[in-house]
Design a protein around this ligand. Structure first.
Ligand code: SF4
Length: 373
């Protein structure tokens, strides 16, 4: 779709941007592809440029992969020398395409395509309002396609082997393969390429995981699934994933070690533009901490679910999905929450007078002194 719309735009200048800003916790597949298959990626970008009529490609790489810069520059230079990049590529008159590398500054939200474009233009990495979409007005207000590393590499395989070959893998609705970064409590963490349609059970078996309590499919913004859903399949129609799979065994405290951690991540990474995304995750974290401190009541769980709905008014995927760790963990691990809350009590203000006095005294440099009369 992106390619079709960009190709149809009547502009003399268009861009291909490769999104190598992989920042989803638990994802490291792009790093491996950039290291092991950089030529395939460059080829995919050039094919994309040819298809949409773009002559410039930007490889936008997360700052944490800066150590790859020299290596990637050499690959690009090698491509130019062999005329796989540059003017009249491979002797094809008018097929001009070149690539430059740009590094991000470490912000997760720059993985969102319009924030990435803002960042590539040298501005603060913050998602844009849409429309217009990048295919009409992207980098420097020119038609731009933004594809990820894996997609651009898949293009090369499809061009080489044909669409029927690619479609012969996976499921009817989710054809082809998916590259996964699998980590956590398992014997064989790493990067795997599977056909769409693998079940969570297949993945668990493949990586030698035992006593699995939960699997986070799709990073913090995805689903925390439990054993009763391990027969679900990785696909666009069931459990969709950008590639991150994290396995947790039964020794983990899911609420404290996983859900609270993910909420901290979303709070840290919000660009702060939307009031929903700026505030609701903080309130959700307060509720979580209240529950973890054994002060929670039933109503706190219900309120977390309600407040998460408000996040759906956010502008980009970060805010839209920031409530997912809480929503999916309550859905699939409700008993863990029920064990931690107070039963037979409808309300707990969670207000600690002694602590509040201490904090205010600390702030003004006074010694706390509470008098009973
Ligand atoms: S949802 Fe969050 S990250 Fe996205 S634009 Fe709004 S404040 Fe920024």
């Amino acid at each position: 779709m992106k390619w079709k719309f960009t190709a149809a735009e009547k502009s003399a200048v268009k861009y291909v941007v490769c999104n190598a800003d992989e920042g989803e916790p638990g994802t490291f597949k792009d790093r491996v592809i950039l290291t092991e298959y950089p030529k395939m990626l460059m080829e995919g970008m050039a094919i994309a440029g040819y298809a949409v009529g773009a002559t410039e490609g930007i490889l936008y790489v997360r700052y944490e992969y800066k150590y790859l810069q020299e290596y990637l520059e050499k690959i690009i230079e090698g491509g130019r020398k062999k005329n796989y990049l540059g003017k009249n590529i491979c002797g094809k008159e008018g097929f001009d395409f070149d690539i430059r590398i740009q590094f991000g500054a470490g912000s997760y939200v720059c993985g969102e395509e319009s924030a990435l474009i803002e960042s590539a233009e040298g501005k603060r990495g913050e998602p844009r309002d849409r429309p217009p979409f990048p295919v009409e007005s992207g980098y420097l207000e020119k038609p731009t396609i933004v594809n990820n590393v894996e997609t651009l590499c898949s293009i090369v395989k499809i061009v080489n082997h044909g669409a029927p070959w690619y479609r012969s893998m996976g499921t009817k609705e989710s054809s082809g393969t998916k590259v996964l970064s699998i980590c956590g409590d398992c014997k064989y963490p790493g990067v795997y390429e599977i056909e769409w349609g693998f079940s969570v059970n297949d993945v668990i078996e493949m990586v030698g995981a035992n006593e699995v309590q939960a699997v986070q499919v799709g990073g913090p913004s995805g689903n925390l699934v439990g054993p009763n859903e391990f027969n679900r399949t990785l696909s666009y129609t069931d459990l969709s994933t950008g590639g991150s799979i994290i396995i947790f065994n039964k020794q983990r405290d899911l609420i404290k070690d996983v859900v609270l951690n993910f909420m901290n991540f979303f709070i840290d990474e919000s660009c702060g533009s939307c009031s929903t995304c700026r505030n609701i995750p903080v309130l959700l974290r307060q509720k979580l901490e209240k529950i973890l401190n054994a002060r929670g009541v039933q109503k706190d769980i219900e309120e977390m679910l309600e407040w998460s709905k408000v996040l759906k008014a956010s502008r980009c995927g970060l805010g839209l999905t920031a409530g997912n760790p809480i929503v999916t963990s309550i859905k699939n691990f409700r008993s863990l929450y029920d064990k931690k809350i107070q039963h037979g009590k409808d309300y707990d203000s969670n207000f600690d007078m002694l602590n509040a006095v201490k904090e205010s005294c600390d702030a003004v440099g006074r010694v706390p002194g509470i008098h009973s009369n």
